[in-house]
Write a protein that binds this ligand. Structure first.
Ligand code: C2E
Ligand code: MG
Ligand code: MG
Ligand code: MG
Length: 279
């Protein structure tokens, strides 16, 4: 069942391979057993202020440390969403990210803010805002140190309900960021309907920003849109210095990507923070 994917570790199925019902069931079972066995881990990717180079936070990215190697979200999030497994998995991610951030605060890195990806199915569960409040209480993390990353489609699917949940989250003091900004099909109207704090320019616009004038124009427009709306703007998937310079000149607030660091396990992340403070 497992296919070697080289440096990315393992993948359950190649995308071209049709999964038989049996294979799906097998994968589904091992996924939920993985959660019970504590096989999921979070890696953290630094988020950096472009003007100062300061690491102000990190995005929590889930990985499955299965007996066959490290499995990336692209290979299990869809199935977890289809089966509803994303609800307990997402709850685990949120709790673990808050717990870890609090631990780093206690080590003196009190400025760090943690970003957590939330899937639509998890978000639409009626008690999502309550769950978040409970987890913050349990872990002792200040609400201001938590940011939730949602996609446009997540908030646009049921806009009325979403607005109420977002309002409640903002009352708690939690930040909201729109992930993969610019890749959805929604209008801009939600930007004024919903309380939010930041937009993340999708990697697809950053990838060829050096040579594609259109990508550069779009990224610049997003930056000015965010500024005029009073939102923070973050570029994702920044891989080199040239991209970085273009974003800096355009006035982008923050960035994230392999140029700074790949997502790191907890001990490597702590090393990274210590080294970046020393610089
Ligand atoms: P995302 O939230 O847009 O996360 C960014 C993805 O881009 C991550 O992939 C990250 O490793 C990758 N990335 C970061 N910098 C670079 C770069 O410079 N170049 C390139 N090529 N890639 C870069 P990852 O970790 O495989 O996650 C993929 C997606 O899976 C995430 O996209 C997010 O939508 C989802 N995901 C990850 N963790 C969670 C989670 O805990 N819960 C939910 N619901 N979804 C998650
Ligand atoms: Mg994200
Ligand atoms: Mg993203
Ligand atoms: Mg993206």
């Amino acid at each position: 069942v497992l296919k070697n994917k080289g440096k990315n570790g393992y993948q359950f199925f190649t995308t071209s391979m049709k999964e038989s019902a049996n294979q799906r069931l097998e994968k589904e079972i091992s996924l939920s057993q993985g959660l019970e066995k504590g096989e999921f881990v979070l890696h953290y990717q630094p988020k950096v202020y472009i003007s100062t180079g300061e690491v102000y936070g990190m995005e929590a990215l889930v990985r499955w440390n299965s007996e066959n190697g490290l499995v990336y979200p692209g290979d299990f999030i869809d199935l977890a969403e289809e089966t509803g497994m994303i609800v307990p998995l997402g709850e685990w991610v949120l709790r673990e990210a808050c717990r870890q951030c609090k631990e780093w605060h206690e080590l003196g890195h009190t400025h760090l803010k943690v970003s957590v990806n939330v899937s639509a199915i998890q978000f639409q569960k009626q008690d999502f805002a309550e769950l978040t409040a409970r987890i913050l209480k349990e872990t002792g993390l200040e609400p201001a140190a938590l940011e939730l990353e949602l996609t446009e489609s997540t908030v646009m699917e049921k806009p009325k309900e979403a607005a109420a949940i977002l309002m409640r989250l903002q009352q708690l003091g939690v930040s909201i960021s729109i992930d993969d900004f610019g890749t959805g099909f929604s209008s801009f109207s939600y930007l004024k309907q919903f309380p939010m704090n930041a937009l993340k320019i999708d990697r697809s616009f950053i990838q060829n920003i050096e040579e594609e004038e259109a990508d550069k124009a779009i990224a610049k427009a997003m930056i000015s849109l965010a500024r005029n709306l009073g939102l923070m703007i973050v570029a994702e998937g920044v891989e080199n210095e040239k991209q970085m310079e273009i974003l800096r000149k355009a006035g982008c607030d923050a960035a994230q990507g392999y140029f700074f660091s790949r997502p790191l396990d907890t001990s490597a992340f702590l090393d990274y923070i210590r080294r970046s403070k020393a610089r």
